[in-house]
Design a protein. Structure first.
Length: 734
């Protein structure tokens, strides 16, 4: 006798004999000659390896009990039963999946393999409430019977753990049933088992509520039974008179569904009126099913007033898991609403045994996703007791998605083809920006490694790592792409500021004071369309600062040599050569810092302040002062990084000075639109048009107007006039 590992008690030995006898009878000879002998020998050799579970239950007994549920309540056959009994032995190494196939067949091996994979999935301790986890289980179940057997096993566990003492483990199993297995059973049309899982979960999770409702149901049972008999008697007589074959039963609604109604309606048990439903089940030929169901509907609604809003027609369009029935709610005796379900024997079998029963009949039209997949099973297995069509079935749902775990067991969903870098950015931007690779299932992989369902991913980071532009070609998710672009932009801006400060320092060391206008012209002549690109080249070490200074000095000499040249210029040249405004040419009074007047200053070219703007002063590296608008694009950064160099400034006295502003105009392209815009400016003697640049594309135009103007009030008046021009949609100062 076995002295270590699993030992059978007397009652367990007796139960084993009874369960095996039940299975042999239910399988009706579908077992092969050597199946029973092989199983007995294998289990006997493996007893030393097997152990009881957390509830001290015998794994072989549990497997046999689950098999009875799978056969009697789901319609499964030989291969599912063998897989269930072999599974606990395979888990402890008593037999391998490879060894199973030659003895019991490829299908049994595939089911055992699926059960093993889902068992391993649980070892990662995922959050069972997650919709992703349900999807992952389904994607792991290559053979649909794996999911059915998991549900059967959970139902059996819920039934058998009542006598066990481990409350914590019992609560965990009950929560799994409520959040994972009951919804799965509902998806597969296993309504009877779904209700049982929900009721038992409520029993363990909300003990007082469960027994309160159960007690109330017991107290009202006799009244309920009497009412049901009064309700169905006239219906029964009428159906018999027209020769229909049928039977009628009253079904009390589940304790869980009653509790849900109490919570939804915020009332006590006594406030729930529809505690039961009447089910009329017809023994009808396949071709006459719909006709006879609607005939019964007509009879019931002739006797009792129906509620048209509560009609549920799943005859014309069955549920996507194969459920067919006609539900109506009618006003019965004592003015009570009663739900009546009308269906046939075949429909009732599908409702009781779900998808497994549906596989015996033709499929029906359905929706999308999981329901569409379930509904596309179109197998007619009328004379095939072994369900061979199921053996060929492969689950291809979620083929475009993968589900992966963090080291803590959290579960995330990604599109197929997603990489380690997608995973890193999904966790946090900082993790993604510093990602150097990952450990997938303990193995180190690069950041471009693709993810597979069930992977456990641990991201590796480095403080010296920085996002790279080619990362945009590695990631698949839009979330990761947007975060990479943002990181690249921030990095470029930071490096650009550092490069700009380095240039200013080099200029200062050589006692050169660069002007913004000349620097901008130099950057353009060196072939850079964007100033940021110029500073990036310097930051990357691809452009020497000394070369920039030499080119600046050359350009400065040319500008000085031609400064007195009065030859005619185009508007573009004139705009580019416009000198900066200095105090000698400005009779407006600007008070700087502590009421100091007459201090040398320049108006910043980045925001072009004019009289009336709210302004502030910025002390440059050369000691001069640049005047910026308060809403200057650079104001925030200047205050943040160089707050100690900010001085107060405000306009005081008004003269006749002119200031340069640039307006952005956008609108519909139309004949004469440019003349209409320029006409407004030319009519005002106090406005001078310096340049106009307009681009037209696909019937729309956008352009910049550079205008010399006296003050902010004049500017606001001009903007209002431009907005009245036909076709102009938007005008703003830039």
């Amino acid at each position: 006798m076995n002295t270590t590992g699993l030992q059978f008690t007397y009652s367990e030995t007796r139960d084993t004999v009874i369960l095996v006898s039940q299975l042999k009878e239910s399988l009706a000879g579908s077992l092969q000659n050597d199946d029973e002998k092989h199983i007995k020998d294998l289990v006997g050799r493996s007893l030393g390896l097997l152990n009881r579970n957390v509830f001290q239950q015998n794994p072989i007994i549990l497997a046999l009990q689950t098999a009875v549920i799978a056969v009697n309540e789901m319609g499964l056959k030989r291969e599912a039963v063998l897989a269930l009994v072999l599974n606990p032995v395979a888990q402890v190494g008593g037999i391998t999946v490879e060894q199973i196939a030659p003895i019991y067949g490829e299908n049994v091996a595939r089911i055992v393999n699926g059960l093993q994979r889902t068992h391993n999935l649980y070892s990662k301790k995922p959050v069972v409430q997650s919709e992703n986890f349900r999807n992952l289980l389904l994607s792991f179940a290559e053979d649909m019977r794996v999911v059915l057997l998991m549900i059967a096993g959970q139902v059996n566990m819920m039934r058998e753990m009542a006598a066990c003492d481990n409350d914590a483990a019992r609560t965990e199993v009950a929560q799994e049933s409520a959040y994972l297995y009951a919804p799965l059973a509902h998806k597969l049309g296993l309504y009877k088992l779904k209700s049982e899982l929900e009721d038992l979960s409520l029993k363990y999770l909300e003990h007082d509520v469960y027994y309160m409702i159960k007690s109330k149901l017991n107290e009202t049972k006799s009244q309920r039974d009497a009412y049901i008999q009064d309700f169905i008697r006239p219906i029964q007589e009428r159906l018999e008179s027209i020769g229909l074959k049928f039977h009628i039963k009253g079904r009390t609604k589940s304790i869980h569904s009653i509790w849900q109604k109490m919570k939804k309606q915020q009332c006590e048990f006594e406030g729930i009126y529809d505690l039961f439903a009447i089910r009329i089940i017809l023994d009808s030929p396949l071709k006459a099913e719909k006709m006879q169901c609607w005939q019964v509907y007509s009879i019931v609604t002739d006797m009792y007033q129906p509620n048209p809003k509560r009609l549920r027609d799943w005859l014309s369009v069955p549920k996507s898991n194969g459920y067919e029935s006609l539900h109506i709610t009618v006003l019965g005796p004592q003015q009570k609403w009663v739900e009546v379900q009308i269906r046939t024997e075949r429909m009732d079998e599908v409702a009781e045994k779900g998808v497994a029963a549906h596989w015996r009949y033709k499929g029906v039209q359905g929706e999308t996703g999981i329901d569409e997949w379930l509904n596309n099973i179109r197998s007619i297995l009328e004379s095939n007791d072994d369900l061979q069509v199921m053996d060929q079935f492969k689950m291809d749902l979620y083929e475009d998605e993968v589900f992966v775990f963090t080291p803590k067991g959290d579960l995330f969903k990604f599109p197929k083809g997603a990489t380690v870098l997608d995973f890193a950015y999904h966790i946090h931007s900082k993790i993604g920006n510093a990602c150097t690779g990952a450990k997938i299932n303990g193995k180190v992989v690069p950041l471009r490694e693709k993810l597979n369902s069930g992977d456990q991913v641990e991201i590796m980071t480095s403080a010296s790592q920085k996002p790279k532009r080619d990362w945009l070609n590695i990631v698949q998710t839009s979330r990761a792409k947007s975060k990479i672009r943002l990181a690249l932009k921030e990095t470029q801006a930071k490096e650009g500021l550092m490069a700009k400060e380095m240039i200013e320092r080099k200029f200062k060391n050589r006692k050169i004071e660069p002007t913004e206008s000349l620097m901008a012209k130099l950057i353009g002549r060196m072939g850079y369309k964007e100033v940021s690109d110029f500073y990036k080249r310097i930051a990357d070490g691809l452009l020497d600062v000394n070369t920039v200074i030499e080119k600046y000095l050359e350009l400065q000499q040319k500008e000085t040599a031609t400064s007195n040249d009065n030859a005619p210029r185009s508007a573009e040249d004139f705009t580019l050569d416009a000198p900066e405004s200095h105090v000698p040419h400005n009779d407006d009074v600007l008070v700087i810092d502590r009421n100091l007047k007459g201090i040398d200053y320049q108006l910043a070219r980045c925001c072009n302040p004019i009289y009336g703007d709210d302004v502030f002063g910025f002390v440059t590296v050369s000691g001069g002062i640049k005047i910026h608008r308060e809403d200057c694009p650079n104001a925030t950064e200047l205050r943040k990084r160089f707050g100690y160099r900010i001085v107060k400034a405000k306009w005081s006295g008004k003269g006749e000075s002119m200031y340069q502003i640039t307006l952005r105009v956008v609108g519909n392209d139309d004949i004469g639109i440019v003349n209409n815009i320029t006409g407004i400016i030319s009519k005002d003697e106090k406005l001078v048009l310096r340049s106009i640049s307009i681009d037209s594309h696909d019937g729309l135009f956008s352009g910049n107007l550079t205008v010399m103007i006296n003050d902010i009030h004049k500017m606001e008046t001009l903007i209002k006039k431009l907005r009245t021009v036909k076709g102009v949609k938007h005008v703003e100062r830039i």
